[in-house]
Design a protein around this ligand. Structure first.
Ligand code: ZN
Length: 460
């Protein structure tokens, strides 16, 4: 019945990644999701299933009553009959149990359980990984790479709606100027490796990617490797720390030396009413930071779009475009990213600033970023990198390949490789030069780039 209800509400088939998304959600996100759904189909599904339950109860009751009557009138000769029937039913039971394994809902629950197991093994093996990294003792940073790096993780931001990528409305006035500055590279063909947050970031922030066979339990996170190489690490987030259950993202973030969660701490539930610029206001003074990786996790343009920006940013009107609310959220994100950049740009130790989004979004028809409603726009994301003058002077061997690669295909599960490369971390466990942006051996093209965790090719 769960499968049928899901079908009535969403018009598609329940898959294990949907159950996983529900598993990793939090109350706030769940309510926001329900608010975007058609209330009538929800009501219809609820009443319909109630009716079916009542009907089943009624049938069972009739069967029970008639059976009791039969048993009362039964004589000895029925005993043999019942015995044979029992044996037959037992045999049938075994047969049914056997085929149950191949039953679709069972297979889906199985695949869901496996995913959860992979995630928990990642958390469990943390001690072992850290120990291994320190024992390795080879992790280091090239001296001229030391300094401050900022990584901004956007949320549900499709480049199709960003004027810096050619959108018809002026949604990114600041970025459009920013990409003209020397030192800024706007990557034209960046894609997400999945379309929901947790699976995307699990790959993006660890050395696991779609092209290698690293197991999740053995995957090193960017934060772990950066810390082992001597960087001070910050995680500043406007997303909920915990879903109904722990996610690998909270696990990765928990390895940072400094953590700021705008939306409360362990197990606490506070409705996220902070706009993303609060991240800039809450950033600690970086004057004394000399060697640091600062990661920001935005709420970005996640549904409900109207909750993502203050009134001042209500520039686009519904009368002009039906995605105006989403476009306003992009406009505000443009401002937020500019504020985060302003915090570090004049710092003498500033080296690099990277902005990308976890996945895209389909605001046009309301399918948002549901895996079952997959569209290419859900994977088309921005990737913009800026390097300080000092960095460019010292690392032209890295900067010039990056400029050449601005039109190369890139999927964001390769973010780990990219960050490790630009931060000059030596001796990291995984070295895949052909998957590393900035390396002259980088070889991703339209034909060998994948998404949906390797299930799909990049189409456009
Ligand atoms: Zn997301």
């Amino acid at each position: 019945m769960l499968f049928w209800i899901y079908y009535i509400v969403s018009h598609h088939y329940l898959r294990s990644d949907i159950i996983l998304a529900v598993y990793q959600t939090n109350l706030k996100e769940a309510i926001d999701y329900l608010l975007t759904q058609n209330i009538f189909s929800l009501l219809f599904a609820f009443l319909g299933s109630l009716l079916i339950l009542i009907f089943i109860g009624y049938v069972v009751r009739i069967i029970c009553i008639s059976m009791r009557k039969r048993i009362e009138f039964a004589s000895r000769r029925y005993l043999w009959g019942s015995l044979i029937l029992t044996i037959f039913l037992l045999f049938l039971g075994v047969k049914v149990t056997y085929s149950f394994v191949g039953y679709e809902p069972v297979r889906i629950m199985d695949s869901f359980k496996n995913s959860v197991k992979r995630y928990t093994s990642f958390a469990k093996n943390r001690q072992e990984r850290m120990q291994y990294l320190y024992n390795l003792g080879t992790l280091s940073v090239l001296p001229e790479h030391k300094g401050i790096y900022v990584l901004v993780i956007g949320e549900s931001t499709a480049r199709d709606h960003m004027s810096v990528y050619g959108y018809r409305f002026d949604t990114t006035p600041w970025m459009s100027q920013f990409v003209k500055e020397p030192g800024t590279i706007c990557f034209k063909k960046a894609y997400s490796n999945y379309v929901t947050t947790v699976p995307v970031l699990t790959y993006a922030l660890t050395d696991k990617n779609q092209y290698n066979s690293v197991s999740m339990a053995q995957a090193y996170s960017l934060i772990e490797v950066a810390a082992a190489a001597g960087f001070d690490t910050y995680w500043i987030s406007n997303q909920e720390r915990y879903g109904i259950f722990d996610t690998p993202i909270a696990e990765i973030a928990s390895m940072a030396n400094h953590q700021i969660w705008l939306n409360g701490d362990v197990g606490e539930y506070i409705r996220s009413n902070y706009y993303d610029e609060e991240l800039a206001d809450q950033t600690p003074d970086l004057k004394n930071a000399d060697n640091a990786l600062i990661v920001y996790h935005l709420m970005g343009c996640h549904q409900l779009y109207t909750e993502r920006y203050p009134f001042k940013y209500q520039k686009f009107d519904r009368k002009v475009s039906k995605t105006s609310e989403y476009d306003n959220a992009i406009l505000y994100t443009d401002y937020v990213v500019s504020r985060l950049y302003d915090l570090v740009k004049d710092n003498p130790n500033f080296q690099g600033f990277i902005y990308f989004s976890d996945h895209g979004e389909e605001p046009d028809d309301g399918t948002a970023h549901e895996p079952t409603e997959f569209s290419n726009q859900m994977t088309r994301i921005p990737l913009i990198a800026h390097f300080s003058e000092r960095y460019r002077e010292n690392h032209s061997y890295l900067f010039s390949p990056l400029i050449d690669q601005r039109s190369s295909y890139w999927t964001n599960d390769l973010l780990y490789n990219f960050m490790v490369e630009i931060m000059g971390i030596q001796g990291a466990p995984m070295e895949e030069s052909n998957l590393t942006l900035g390396n002259i051996a980088y070889d991703r093209t339209k034909d060998n780039s994948l998404t949906m965790h390797g299930e799909r090719r990049i189409e456009s």
